[in-house]
Design a protein around this ligand. Structure first.
Ligand SMILES: [Mn+2]
Length: 337
């Protein structure tokens, strides 16, 4: 991959634009396992823009889109797939730091021909594409695909704007996190001008709970635990404690994170013979480094990993790693004022 092109920064270079410059072609918008709104919104937006330029576009990945994101325009065309069929000119991956997260689909896409374009904002991106555009200053890959469409001079339809707005909305925690910049708001404003409707997106994302969800939420919140110094909060969910569809539809890790003294929050979720861990921080500790100790990754303030075994083994290992990171952080050992 020595001939691969790498670009870091907000504006796409000619090398990033080149794969899309031809008039028509065959493109695959390839998602990774358990795609979220940043993945889906950007793949749909870029694919829809290509379709207006006479490209034939397919959308898919190892898993289907979650039901909660069924409102994204065009998401019905995104399919769970085990095999890539036909020839390709371009395969695009967004928000995917590690090609293994495609469960082998990227290898099939390479055999189908064409360039692999890797668009991401994760600092631990593996640079696996033929073209790698990695901008860690972007709050979401939604910002990057906006910049890409702008540079290509392609118009934003309301559907494209809604997909990109939702990508940015979710990756910034509704424009609340430290990844939000002036650029985030400028792009959001342009997307609203192009037809995205913020109140409707918020309603779709946050005001469509199932009638039984509040009772399950109460059950989940009762399980939140807080360390003696108040800096660490965690929620450990044994297998079967709560319905899968409920867990998938909530960002449960945000509740332990919301406690005033908490600097790091963890959600530990037992699934089969493994534990999925979500880590969130408020800027004191780089949780990506903690996740990396267990083979995971992510961002400084939001990361995840999976540990083999049950909660009984995984919980003390993860909490010990977080405590060590907190103790090493500036002011980490001090009690909370
Ligand atoms: Mn993202």
């Amino acid at each position: 991959m020595s001939a691969a092109v790498e670009h870091r920064g907000p504006a796409p270079t000619p090398a990033v634009l080149a794969p899309f410059a031809r008039a028509g072609g065959r493109a695959l918008m390839l998602g990774h396992v358990h795609p979220d709104a940043d993945v889906l919104g950007t793949l749909l937006a870029l694919g829809q823009a290509l379709e207006t330029r006479d490209w034939r576009v397919t959308y898919g990945g190892p898993h289907a889109a979650p039901a909660a994101l069924g409102f994204l325009p065009g998401v019905d065309r995104y399919r769970a797939c085990a095999a890539i069929e036909g020839a390709l000119d371009v395969t695009v991956l967004t928000d995917c730091p590690n090609p293994q997260r495609t469960e082998g689909l990227i290898d099939q896409a390479r055999r189908a021909g064409g360039l692999v374009v890797n668009i991401d904002h994760h600092p631990d991106n593996r640079r696996y594409g033929d073209v790698n555009w990695i901008d860690v200053s972007a709050s979401a890959t939604g910002e990057m695909v906006y910049e890409l469409l702008l540079a290509l001079g392609w118009p934003l339809t309301p559907a494209i704007a809604t997909n990109l707005f939702t990508a940015i909305h979710t990756d910034t925690g509704s424009f609340r996190y430290s990844n939000v910049t002036e650029r985030t708001f400028r792009i959001a404003a342009a997307l609203v001008a192009a037809g995205a409707r913020p109140a409707l997106v918020s309603e779709w994302l946050y005001e469509r709970r199932a009638p039984d969800a509040l009772a399950w939420l109460g059950e989940a919140l009762r399980r939140v635990e807080l360390s003696d110094d108040g800096r660490l909060a965690w929620l450990a969910l044994p297998a079967g404690a709560l319905p899968e569809r409920f867990i998938e539809s909530e960002e449960l890790v945000n509740y332990p994170r919301s406690v005033v003294s908490v600097r790091v929050a963890c959600l530990l979720r037992e699934q089969g013979d493994a534990v999925k861990v979500s880590l969130r921080a408020k800027g004191d500790v780089d949780v990506q480094r903690i996740a990396a100790q267990f083979g995971g990754g992510g961002h400084a303030n939001a990361a995840g990993c999976t540990l083999a075994g049950g909660l009984g083994e995984a919980t003390p290992r993860v909490l010990a790693a977080v405590r060590a990171a907190l103790a090493a952080a500036p002011g980490g050992g001090r009690p909370v004022p």
